[in-house]
Design a protein around this ligand. Structure first.
Ligand SMILES: C[S@@+](CC[C@H](N)C(=O)[O-])C[C@H]1O[C@@H](n2cnc3c(N)ncnc32)[C@H](O)[C@@H]1O
Length: 279
């Protein structure tokens, strides 16, 4: 891939997804884009770039999708899920006892393992009968979301993070893969969504999981997303980032929830809008 095409790609990813493409990723870009070029009938990636510059939306979306890093696993970073089970869920079940409504958003859900891990915890809590729970999972990658909806995982994927008894309980063998139970699949609603777009469809949420996406973001895009998160998160809600992601230099709207678990935040006092008093 020549330098001009690489620079064009870096700019495209920044504009479309807030993604920072490091200069040392030329080989990665070439290997990710070769299948896209073939799919669209180009012999080489330079032909793909010539077409891309004419800005066809479909091709730009396919290129962006192919460059995303969808790495994930079930119960990835276990302490964060233990914290959800032991602290976040009990605290919100108590705070929402009157409405019996809970809204949880996995904002960079990749191929679904994170959302299904939360669904397993919710299922084990046996609250579905009495509560209305929205578990929403979104990702910019249509490819990843299609896989999440299918809920079919390889032996390697289920081995990463799932204990044998959990696997048997929530999956059925499907050839050499494992398929998530229909019960769990129905607990999650999936959609393709770019975090840089408008959040108008979402409404207020009690929990946001946006883990390991900001690692690859441009600082300004991360800042804009955190501002949007502060707007949609309930005053007493929780935000979970990846264990190695921080708020530093990006937002003052959140403070760490608990020093013993990395990546979990609550709204800072000044970010909670005062409730208008009835006169
Ligand atoms: C490394 S995966 C993390 C998956 C999961 N949250 C986890 O921690 O295991 C990062 C995900 O962020 C998604 N992503 C990147 N930029 C995005 C954007 N602008 N809007 C929505 N999702 C995005 C990618 O497609 C990818 O699936």
């Amino acid at each position: 891939m020549n330098a001009a095409d690489f620079a064009y790609l870096a700019d495209l990813l920044k504009r479309r997804a807030g993604f920072h493409l490091s200069p040392n990723k030329t080989h990665l870009a070439a290997s990710r884009l070769a299948p896209v070029a073939r799919r669209y009938g180009f012999r080489k990636t330079d032909e793909l770039f010539a077409e891309l510059r004419d800005a066809p939306e479909d091709l730009a979306r396919a290129v962006t999708d192919a460059m995303m890093i969808n790495e994930t696993s079930f119960f990835r970073d276990k302490p964060c899920f233990d914290h959800f089970r032991g602290v976040i869920l009990p605290s919100l079940l108590s705070a929402r006892a009157a409405s019996r409504r809970l809204r949880i958003w996995c904002a960079a859900a990749a191929t679904g393992q994170e959302a299904y891990s939360l669904a397993m915890i919710l299922d084990e809590a046996k609250i579905a009968k009495d509560w209305r729970i929205d578990l929403i999972a979104s990702d910019i990658s249509g490819f990843a979301i299609a896989r999440a909806i299918e809920g079919r995982y390889s032996q390697y994927e289920v081995q990463r993070g799932l204990q044998a008894q959990t696997l048997v309980r929530y999956f059925a063998q499907d050839g050499d893969h494992w398929r998530i139970s229909e019960h769990l699949r129905r607990m999650v609603s999936f959609r393709t969504f770019n975090l840089l777009d408008s959040y108008g469809w979402l409404g207020e949420v009690d929990v946001i999981y946006c883990r390991n996406a900001f690692l690859y973001f441009e600082p300004l895009a991360k800042r804009a997303c955190l501002k949007a998160f502060a707007n949609v998160l309930a005053p007493d809600g929780y935000l979970a980032l990846g264990a190695s992601e921080t708020m530093e230099g990006a937002s003052t709207a959140f403070v760490p929830d608990d020093a013993s678990v990395r990546g979990v935040y609550r709204k800072a006092r000044h970010a909670i809008r005062p409730v208008a008093l009835a006169s």
